[in-house]
Design a binder for this molecule. Structure first.
Ligand SMILES: NC(=O)c1ccc[n+]([C@@H]2O[C@H](COP(=O)([O-])OP(=O)(O)OC[C@H]3O[C@@H](n4cnc5c(N)ncnc54)[C@H](O)[C@@H]3O)[C@@H](O)[C@H]2O)c1
Ligand SMILES: CCCCC/C=C\C=C\[C@H](O)C/C=C\C/C=C\CCCC(=O)O
Length: 257
């Protein structure tokens, strides 16, 4: 996808990866609608983007992705303000093994809803232009070796499965919308600063696991993978991109099923 002039909606965009993805898209001439439940941080990031790239090219909408009415309304607002959507990035995520129901609601249910909303708005069947949905999963969505984070791992496995199913040629033919998953390893953002409150008694395992993997990915490496996924039309749909320190950016290969 050539990003110049395209319209993107990104959830969890106030900080971390979502903020970095937004900035990368704006740099390439896209217009971006930033969604986040954090009002203060979201407003600040929205202002920062408006100052750098022009107020007409981005907007912040406060939205809790787990609230159906808020998410639906944010999609409608984004689409009517910017004249349709071309790219939806379901990125908002949390790690909470204590309030695990919330973890599933944010990481999986809201990504399912965001995927269906993205299809509704971009499908050529509904008069849309076609487009691309990127669901931010995790390398945890491809491994089952993270005993300290069973629900987070489950949610991310779900995101990978959802993206592969909805990325199937059958759906692409109907809607003209690519659906792909992005799976980074540990990256230097706030989510990894876990506590006993959110992880329970196994929280001490996180730094050990990071150490075992050789450290944290810089956000810039994940952005590089993200842009490749958006711009490389040869990995059409149903693709699962991994970003790791050990192997860099690559695609998981699946046998024909
Ligand atoms: N940092 C990592 O190590 C890593 C690795 C793999 C995948 N991921 C995934 O990347 C995504 C982005 O995480 P990050 O690393 O930037 O973390 P982060 O904590 O810095 O950012 C997450 C953002 O999501 C927002 N958010 C959380 N719940 C929300 C809700 N209900 N509604 C709207 N917004 C909500 C937060 O306010 C925050 O701005 C997540 O899905 C995460 O699981 C992160
Ligand atoms: C004990 C780790 C779980 C806590 C995770 C904290 C934040 C998660 C962010 C990322 O999405 C997780 C990313 C990668 C986890 C990957 C691998 C861990 C184990 C790998 C291994 O056993 O080789």
């Amino acid at each position: 996808m050539v990003l110049q002039g395209k319209v993107a909606l990104i959830t969890g965009a106030a900080q971390g990866l979502g903020k970095a993805f937004s900035q990368a898209l704006l740099r390439r001439g896209a217009r971006v609608v930033l969604l986040d439940m954090k009002h203060v941080e979201g407003q600040q990031t929205g202002q920062e983007m408006a100052d750098k790239f022009g107020p007409e090219n981005s907007t912040f909408i406060q939205c809790d992705v787990t609230a159906k009415e808020q998410l639906d309304s944010a999609f409608n607002k984004a689409s009517s303000q910017f004249g349709g959507l071309d790219l939806v990035v379901n990125n908002a995520g949390i790690l909470d093994e204590v309030q695990w129901e919330r973890c599933l609601a944010v990481n999986l249910e809201a990504v399912i809803r965001g995927t269906y909303n993205g299809l509704n708005h971009m499908s050529t069947q509904n008069g849309g232009r076609g487009g691309h949905i990127i669901n931010v999963a995790s390398i945890a969505g491809l491994l089952s070796s993270i005993p300290a984070a069973p629900v987070y791992t489950t949610s991310k496995h779900g995101v990978v499965a959802l993206s592969r199913c909805m990325g199937h040629a059958m759906h692409y033919k109907r809607h003209g919308v690519r659906v792909n998953a992005l799976c980074p390893s540990f990256t230097d953002t706030d989510i990894i600063h876990v506590t006993e409150d959110s992880m329970g008694k196994d929280f001490w395992m996180v730094p050990k696991t990071v150490q075992k993997l050789g450290g944290l990915l810089p956000v810039s490496t994940v952005v590089e993978g993200f842009l490749q996924l958006v711009e490389d039309d040869t990995q059409l749909t149903g693709a699962v991109m991994r970003v790791t320190l050990a192997k860099g950016i690559d695609y998981k290969q699946y046998r024909e099923e």
